[in-house]
Design a protein around this ligand. Structure first.
Ligand SMILES: Cc1ncc(COP(=O)(O)O)c(C=O)c1O
Length: 482
């Protein structure tokens, strides 16, 4: 026994290093906080994109301890100074949200307390908080209280949960797969096709619905295709609409799609990962019919500016969700309750999960909703402002956008795609602001996505200065000016 106790003590001397004392905590906190302060102070002038290469072995784990300052230096050089600076207000590409500071305080508390957020028996508070956030979302999108939901890591997993529920509602498996039909837009986010593959629906029939001039689903074409498939003896079961496409931010005619799905008994899923929260703004009317969906995805880590790692899904048919996710293992018997749908673990593939609710609940409580809405309205106005500046500089811009994604191109009379591609290369080399591109009917266009809470009028002015300087370089290269 003595020798056993001695052995334990010996290990304790080293294992205790993981439980640092108050003084050490204070020191570490101060150093990290000083780093954060400097990072945030420098952020407005920092480049939004840096094509610097990573050092080889920069992150090598030697197993030996390093000082916090050495670690922060690696972080600064190899993480924050490489690639896209996602926290920058001049990040105007893909779908930027920025990541509000106060959400990090929620993450900090969640990590320190390490609440087990998957099951109410383990952490009734964490789970009740998640359910309260979901309740708030249900109200916002006029979903019934009986709908179930989940806070997931992002839009991809949220969509996966919803599509799995649709699959199980209609029992799409085995020989039924090849006869079943899903309708979607060519602008549906690729995570949908990826989810369908993951959940075994790769071989369903996918019908791409025509788009109108504003890249919205043509509902006449949708209805025509459903009827034609039904008359051929196929099994249409799911329509996927978007409340804000990634390409151009288009909101599909949700109310009209809902009428078609209801008439034909199909599941209507809406991906509102990017655009969903614009329902809080003057654009509310575009979202008419969203409440009629069977399932809906919205991403607080996009249009609520929460740092990456927070998506949400709402599904009206609780049984369909439980069918996919509920598993009553023996070793979980102490945790079974009457109210299984209240446990996030029964509504998602995750069992142990990060206490995600806190990173949205805390900022909502601290700030109230008004600054979130003002930010969204501001982003809509800044999109108009950017488009005006672009037009004044000789660019052509896409049609008036539904939300805060738009696009532009320079009307070069020769190989227009090559010209605009080169222009974007110069923009990336410069890096002051970050923009991305897409192809629309084979035309190369540069996208602008204004969504970060840090994007202000000054950010747009700086981006415009950079674009004009890159345009000059491109013109010289293409012989437009000498
Ligand atoms: C419309 C839309 N849906 C889904 C996704 C995927 O979400 P996530 O990247 O959070 O997994 C995105 C990502 O940009 C998106 O824009």
């Amino acid at each position: 026994m003595d020798s056993l106790i001695n052995k334990i003590k010996k290990q304790e001397e080293i294992s205790n290093h993981l439980e640092i004392n108050q003084k050490q905590r204070k020191q570490l906190w101060e150093q990290v906080n000083a780093f954060v302060d400097q990072y945030l102070e420098e952020l407005p002038d920092a480049k939004a994109f840096n094509s610097k290469q990573l050092k080889s072995n920069a992150f090598q784990i030697t197993g030996q301890p390093k000082t916090i300052n050495a670690i922060l230096e690696i972080f600064r050089e190899e993480v924050s100074e490489t690639g896209i600076r996602a926290s920058s207000g001049k990040h105007l590409g893909y779908i930027p949200g920025g990541g509000i500071y106060t959400a990090s305080l929620g993450d900090y508390l969640a990590a320190i307390t390490n609440e087990y957020a998957g099951i109410g028996y383990a952490s009734p508070g964490a789970v009740a908080m998640e359910n309260e956030v979901l309740q708030w979302l249900k109200k916002l999108f006029s979903f019934p209280e009986t709908a179930v939901g989940n806070l997931a890591s992002g839009g991809s997993i949220s969509n996966l949960i919803a599509l799995t529920a649709a699959r199980d509602k209609f029992g799409i498996k085995n020989e039924k797969i090849r006869n079943s039909v899903i309708y979607l837009s060519p602008h549906t986010h690729h995570c949908i096709q990826k989810s369908l593959k993951i959940i075994g629906l790769e071989d369903v029939i996918m019908r791409y619905v025509k788009l109108d001039d504003h890249f919205k689903m043509d509902t006449e074409d949708l209805e025509r295709q459903i009827q034609s498939d039904q008359s051929e003896g196929l099994f249409p079961f799911l329509v996927i609409g978007s409340a804000g496409t990634t390409d151009v931010g288009a909101v599909d005619p949700l109310d009209e799609i809902a009428a078609i799905t209801q008439k034909n008994g199909l599941w209507f899923h809406i991906d509102g990962a990017y655009g969903g929260f614009f329902i809080l703004t003057s654009k509310k009317e575009l979202f008419r019919g969203i409440e009629k969906a069977d399932s809906l995805v919205i991403d607080p880590h996009k249009s609520l500016f929460i740092p990456y790692g927070l998506g949400a899904v709402l599904v009206k048919d609780a049984n369909a969700v439980l069918q996919s996710n509920l598993y009553l293992a023996n070793y979980m018997q102490d945790a079974f309750t009457e109210d299984l749908i209240k446990d996030p673990a029964n509504v998602s593939p995750e069992l142990t999960k990060h206490f995600r609710a806190l990173r949205i609940w805390l900022p909502l409580q601290l700030h109230g909703i008004a600054p979130f809405i003002a930010n969204l309205e501001e982003k809509l106005l800044l999109t108009d402002y950017f488009r005006e500046l672009l037009k004044a500089s000789g660019f052509q811009v896409g049609p008036e956008p539904d939300l805060s994604v738009s696009y532009f191109w320079y009307p070069f009379p020769g190989d227009q795609n090559a010209f605009n591609r080169r222009l974007l290369n110069y923009i990336h080399e410069d890096g002051t602001a970050f923009l991305s591109s897409t192809l629309l009917n084979d035309k190369f266009v540069i996208r602008i996505v204004i969504l970060s809470f840090r994007t202000k009028k000054e950010s747009i002015d700086k981006a415009m200065e950079m674009i004009e300087s890159c345009l000059r370089k491109t013109k010289i290269e293409f012989g437009v000016i000498f």
